[in-house]
Design a protein around this ligand. Structure first.
Ligand SMILES: [Zn+2]
Length: 593
């Protein structure tokens, strides 16, 4: 990996932070926001279709400019977090964008005050009809909206209620220090230790996380109680029946479908998670895994280094084999320098794809170190990137993919590449390690998130009866962990307080099931693809990706003969994981591990 790795070229957006076009665009952004307010505030209900389409055009232009400016500021900073000019530049851009956009807040609120009749009339205009998916999404919440007075009171009070509790949790958690063998660690460092090759170190790190959580249990239990109650109050006012309902609406998914997902995953705990941990305990040479061994590397972990060029070749070949069209879309990222590849001093960690704007193109951010995992990460982020280019065709306001489908293209691309990688490997031990790593990830996404979901469902239900005690939270947590992890994982006092570490419980109640939902959807799709029974699968698949911002998931899945309301649907997705475990059992026998 000595040869120089490619860096991205952001000049498609601006030539640098001193580019004059930046202040020009910012000025334009400010003016357009002012214009929208001046010309349309208080007047939306009286607009003709034609006039309304003009307002929508201005609004769209504002969003495009905001994405260019904000996107550039963010990307420019990510590769040089140690450069003060870059961080201040981003901060200034963000503050200005927030400040100027206040003028246009009225816009969506006023649209939601229109009656169905008025909307219908507006939609008769052809130009307005183009925005129908955006309008539909906006109006999903109409039924649950309160009077303008109440809405603005709730918004103002949120600073001292719900968001205040989340902020307290975040700021307090960020300051926590963990000590192992006299050495101090922060949050992300200590969780890395729980994946160390050294079993002693892993357990010490895990116990320390639990100890620190216990030490702060009074505060965390109190905050969580407040968040549960705060949500219950607002839900009641808005008319949501169950605590999960508001999030289901945001995800545009019916309650029964989520229930069927939860039931199917819970029924598969044994066949998937328990079976895998039994194997893993054997590989680690223990009777039972400690709770903190779940993500441990295997003692015979084998890895192989992949030069960047080799990784690109494998990924592109996987794309090409699936669909030459997808391959062509992917090529641009390499040919036009849309990817930032190397690890650098001051560069943020992790990987992501950033859409920027449908009027430009996405950028991919990597920290490539040549490991197998990195090859799959390239496939993953490139999948997001291609998806963004396809859905971008719907325009700036309608290229947003809901959470439940946002990982389809990325995980699908990962599966294709994973298969390709397996084909290139002859060594059975390496193959076993590769599959075990994949299954470990899949269990953490598809299975574990549902155990989390079951925990929070019980917590919200219990809160209705009054304040929930710390002992109750622990009992719910331990029961859900035991059930999902099975007999080969020790669930004892070393992990009692870990529920308080799941930040999604605080940030966005009922968010976690979407991870499992998304994983099962993509696995079902992959399973259909492998089955080979759907004609022109690849073309249909690309078409589906182009419509994820404008159509609902059930409609999108129809061409593949998939129906999420059918119980068998979820089992099909889970079956993909189960088959990998079959393969692991086969390899385990063959290798006599
Ligand atoms: Zn992703």
């Amino acid at each position: 990996m000595k040869n120089k790795l490619p860096a991205w070229n952001l000049s498609d957006l601006y030539s640098g932070i001193k580019d004059e076009k930046i202040s020009q665009d910012m000025e334009k952004y400010k003016k357009l926001n002012e214009k929208l307010e001046k010309d349309y505030k208080g007047k939306i209900s009286a607009l003709s279709g034609e006039a309304f389409s003009q307002a929508m055009k201005i609004y769209e232009e504002i969003v495009v400019l905001g994405h260019f400016l904000g996107g550039f500021g963010y990307l420019n900073m990510c590769t040089q977090m140690n450069n003060k000019d870059a961080t201040i530049f981003f901060q200034n851009i963000s503050e200005k964008l927030t400040d100027y956009s206040k003028n246009s807040v009225f816009f969506s609120l006023e649209i939601n005050q229109l009656s169905e009749e008025q909307i219908k009339k507006l939609l008769q205009n052809e130009k307005v009809a183009n925005y129908k998916p955006w309008l539909d999404r906006l109006r999903l919440f109409k039924k649950y909206e309160l009077s303008e007075e109440m809405e603005s009171l709730l918004m103002e009070k949120s600073v001292t209620s719900s968001s205040a509790w989340v902020r307290l949790y975040d700021e307090y958690s960020a300051e926590l220090k963990y000590v192992v063998d006299g050495k101090e660690y922060n949050d992300s460092e200590i969780s890395k230790l729980t994946q160390d090759q050294n079993i002693e170190l892993r357990h010490k790190a895990g116990r320390e996380i639990n100890r620190v959580s216990k030490e702060n249990d009074n505060l965390f239990s109190f905050i969580y109680n407040m968040i549960l109650k705060d949500k219950a109050i607002e839900d009641e006012k808005r008319g949501f029946k169950a605590p999960i309902d508001s999030q289901n609406l945001a995800n545009n998914v019916e309650g029964e479908v989520v229930e069927s997902l939860v039931a199917s995953v819970t029924a598969n705990y044994k066949n998937i998670a328990h079976r895998f941990y039994k194997l893993k305990a054997k590989w680690l040479g223990v009777e039972k895994l400690s709770y903190w061994d779940r993500n441990a590397p295997l003692p015979f972990e084998a890895d192989k280094d992949y030069a960047w060029d080799e990784a690109v070749k494998i990924v592109l070949q996987a794309y090409q084999d699936f669909s030459p069209k997808l391959h062509e879309i992917a090529l641009d990222f390499f040919d036009k320098n849309w990817i930032d590849v190397p690890v650098r001093n001051g560069k943020r960690s992790g990987a992501f794809a950033h859409p920027v704007s449908s009027h430009a193109h996405p950028y991919l951010f990597l920290n490539y170190t040549g490991k197998l995992r990195d090859v799959l990460t390239l496939a993953h982020e490139l999948g997001h990137g291609c998806h963004m280019r396809l859905s971008g065709k719907q325009g700036e306001l309608q290229d947003d993919t809901p959470l439940t489908l946002a990982e389809v293209a990325s995980v699908f691309a990962e599966s294709l590449t994973f298969k390709k990688l397996l084909e290139t490997i002859d060594d059975d031990k390496l193959k076993l390690c590769l599959i075990a790593g994949k299954v470990n990830d899949m269990i953490n996404t598809a299975i574990r998130q549902i155990a989390f979901h079951n925990f929070e469902t019980r917590a919200h239900r219990e809160r209705k009866l009054g304040e929930v005690s710390s002992e109750k939270f622990i009992a719910f947590w331990q029961e859900e962990m035991k059930e999902s992890l099975g007999d080969y994982v020790e669930v004892n006092e070393d992990c009692e307080y870990i529920w308080s570490q799941v930040s999604h419980f605080y940030h966005l109640p009922f968010y976690v099931y979407a991870y499992s939902f998304a994983d099962c959807v993509v696995n079902s799709l992959y399973s259909v693809y492998r089955g080979g029974k759907v004609e022109n699968f690849a073309d249909k698949y690309l078409h589906m990706l182009s419509e994820t911002g404008v159509k609902k998931y059930d409609e999108l899945l129809k061409p593949f003969g998939l129906d999420a309301k059918d119980e068998k649907f979820w089992n099909m997705g889970l079956g993909v994981i189960s088959e990998y475990i079959d393969e692991l059992e086969r390899l385990d026998k063959k290798l006599r591990l």
